[in-house]
Design a binder for this molecule. Sequence first.
Ligand code: HEM
Ligand code: HEM
Length: 185
Amino acid sequence: MHELDHYIYPHRVLHWLVALGVLFSLASGLTLGFLGFERAVALIGETLTNALYTAHKTLGITLLLLMTLRIITRLAFVVPDHDPPLNTFERLVSTSVHHLLYLALVVMPMLGALATATGGFPVQFFYWTLPSVVGENKALSETLFLWHERVGWLLIVLITLHVIGALYHWWIKRDNVMKRMSLFD
Ligand code: HEM
Ligand code: HEM
């Protein structure tokens, strides 16, 4: 046992930055996926459409960098003990959802970047276009975009479960779970 009752501060900051970033990337991604390039151009013009694609790609790659840092802060530092301890069901569900969230958040930007590159489109990060590590392959690009969409829906399901769990601990059980990730107490 140790006295720590929070994740270390940088890990908590990363949690909330990623949470905010994921919401924006899901919103921008779903808008682009739902409309497609042509309808987006008809609706908001070419300049804004291109800006939306660039913003989505930039945000996605930033999230991959943040997740890399986060995996380091998760593995390198002590994880606080639950006080009071979680029951077996809570431990099983929360651990599974957390691991799947980590996996989905690393896989998602990789799928997006690979789908984009194999489709022959630029992988943009702010003002830069990242060098392509794969050749053009339209059929592969379509499959990767399909998986980008599927993992996107999986992410929405996982986040919903996760937030329901967090609110249950915060408002109903009133235990210390929320405090572990809080920036303020
Ligand atoms: C955690 C990071 C990311 C999340 C949560 C995310 C989420 C999404 C979602 C939900 C869609 C809509 C899928 C559909 O309905 O077809 C989408 C579309 C798209 N994403 Fe991402 N994405 C991420 C990262 C990236 C990255 C890094 C790139 C490229 C560098 C990228 C490129 C695209 C493109 C081009 C589309 C439009 C696909 C289409 O028109 O069908 N995404 N994204
Ligand atoms: C929206 C995207 C979100 C993602 C991707 C996400 C992801 C995660 C992950 C992977 C963990 C496991 C701990 C770790 O970082 O190693 C975690 C912990 C936690 N999250 Fe989130 N989270 C999100 C949003 C939220 C929201 C909105 C809340 C509050 C309503 C919340 C509250 C918590 C709490 C309290 C913990 C600590 C749980 C524990 O230590 O057992 N999260 N989150």
